[in-house]
Design a protein. Structure first.
Length: 85
């Protein structure tokens, strides 16, 4: 497993208090919102703030591109890796 993807999974679990869930239970390619992990808009705000604080990434809530970055753990990992270059 990609170390960054695993870090993001742990961050999601810790930030959103998903007690009893392990990183292995989160599919890196599955949707985070809706039918996937089932996160909502409040979760998105909390997760966005945690990602900004941990990785220093610049986030824009109005951007359609940002919604695509937040689709899955994998798309978030690619976005963060691209931002840190």
């Amino acid at each position: 497993m990609d170390p960054l993807s695993n870090e993001i999974k742990v961050l999601i679990i810790d930030t959103l208090n998903l007690e009893g869930m392990t990183p292995e239970e989160i599919d890196a390619d599955a949707a985070l919102f809706g039918d996937g992990l089932g996160l909502d808009s409040i979760d998105a705000l909390e997760l966005g703030l945690a990602l900004k604080n941990k990785y220093g990434v610049v986030l824009s809530a109005e951007s359609e591109e940002m919604r695509q970055h937040f689709y899955s753990v994998e798309t978030l990992a690619k976005f963060i890796a691209g931002q840190s270059k």
